[in-house]
Each structure stands twice: as C-alpha cells, then as structure tokens.
Write a protein that binds this ligand. Structure first.
Ligand code: ATP
Ligand code: ZN
Length: 225
C-alpha cells in the first residue's frame, strides 16, 4: 500500500524528457536508484517516491490526485486538459514552474509541393495529428473547418500514405519533416517541460518538501543559464 506521507513524483520512463527529468531530480540532491525496470523507485535520502510512466499518463495522474507532482511537456498537459474539458470534467492542478528542457513546437506541415497561403488553405482538408484538441482549438479560432485523422505515431507519413492532406505534429529541428517531404508552415503551440502539482489539501510536511525542492530547482536552472 502507498505510504501517503512520501512525496510521489511522476516522470517519463523512457523518451525525450526522461534523462533530463532524472538529472534535474538528482541535481536537487535526491538519491534514487533507477537502474531497475521498476514502475516505482524510492529515494534513499528523502521521503520521495518516483513513478516512471508513459508521458501521456502523467497529466491524468496529477489531475486525478494519484501522484503529488509531475514533470511533463506542456503540449501533453494542455491536450489532456482540453480532452477532459471536452468530456465535461473540470480538471485541476497547479503549474509550479516551467522548466528549461523539452523545448519543441507543435506545427502544421504540408507536402513540399502543396501550395500554402495561410491556415485558410487547410479549409475542409484532412489533418493527421496526435493532438486533436490543440489543433481544433487553434483552427476553431480562425473559423477553419477540417477533418482530423488521429494517429498516435508515424504522423509524418500520413500524407504520403494518402491518409491526410496535412499534419500537425511536434517539431524540434524540422529534419523529420524534411525527410518525409513535408514543410512546416505554421507553429500552433510552443512547449517546454513543466512541473505540476495536484490540487487539493497537501500535508504540511509534504508541502514544505515541495517548497524546498522548488528552491533547489530554481538554483539548478539558474546555474545552467
Ligand atoms: P512515451 O513512450 O512516454 O509515450 P512519446 O514517444 O510519446 O513517449 P517522446 O517522443 O519521448 O514521447 O516525447 C516526449 C515529450 O518530449 C513530448 O511530448 C514533448 O513535450 C517533448 N519533445 C521535445 N522535443 C521533441 C521533439 N522533437 N519531438 C517530440 N517531442 C519532443
Ligand atoms: Zn507519449
């Protein structure tokens, strides 16, 4: 059974945020043994448990109050927020701070040889994405109707495979787009990793630990600037 007095932190198990999330916690002085392929890792020197999961699960774990803190990309957080609101929920959490890694942008891209004269060129088109809510929020504001094709991977091959006319996907250098004959035409969301805390009552000792960690994180980030 879970020890409620220990601070539970969720981070990505393996992927683009995992190494830097782990490094950040270690630089804050948390001694964790993450060698094993375990879901839970226990800090040796502080009352902290680290839960390592898929990044997509982290916003929900925090919103459901299953973990106290999460390290997550704003893109995934915002998408889950919009997703839950669309289902009539009122998800709650606090953003403790934006972090200095995981930078990327969610962009629209079209085949290299397709003409593009602004977002209106996408009127009535089919767009492949893993972020249907962020995409809809953006295009709704511009009053552009579109059809979406939800793909949770290999989004960039959708136009070539005849599944969609355009894509809306995460980009950092643009090399993947280029390799797939696509060009980035519009940035719809800029993201970084961030630290979030669950809503609701927090035992004083746990909150004091969170506050101490935040001061250390501030120091770690400042030292890197
Ligand atoms: P998981 O197996 O945990 O679901 P994933 O494949 O969905 O992993 P990653 O590719 O590891 O996710 O990306 C995790 C996060 O890293 C993204 O949601 C985003 O916030 C950030 N990120 C930074 N740069 C990039 C990039 N170039 N492409 C994709 N994500 C990036
Ligand atoms: Zn994921």
């Amino acid at each position: 059974m879970q020890d409620k007095s220990r601070l539970r932190i969720a981070m990505q198990k393996s992927g683009r945020l995992s190494k830097e999330s782990q490094q950040l916690l270690e630089r804050c002085g948390i001694k964790i043994n993450l060698q094993q392929q375990r879901l839970l890792a226990f800090a040796e020197n502080m009352p902290i448990d680290i839960m390592r999961v898929r990044d997509d699960d982290i916003p929900g774990l925090v919103m459901d109050g299953v973990v106290d803190i999460g390290i997550i990309g704003e893109n995934v957080l915002e998408e889950e927020l919009l997703n839950r609101r669309a289902q009539g929920e009122d998800p709650r959490y606090f953003t403790l701070r934006r972090l200095d890694f995981g930078g990327c942008r969610l962009s629209l891209a079209v085949p290299m040889d397709e003409p593009f004269a602004g977002p209106h060129s996408l009127q009535g088109k089919r767009i492949a994405t893993s972020y249907p809510h962020l995409l809809k929020q953006y295009l709704d504001k511009l009053a552009i109707n579109f059809k979406s094709c939800l793909l949770n991977g290999s989004v960039e091959v959708a136009p070539r495979a005849g599944l969609a006319d355009a894509i809306c996907d995460l980009v950092s250098t643009g090399a993947t787009l280029e390799a797939n004959g696509l060009r980035e035409v519009e940035v719809i969301y800029r993201s970084k990793a961030c630290l979030i805390q669950r809503d609701g009552e927090m035992p004083a000792a746990k909150q004091a630990l969170i506050d101490r960690l935040l001061v250390r994180i501030q120091g770690v980030i400042q030292a890197r600037e």
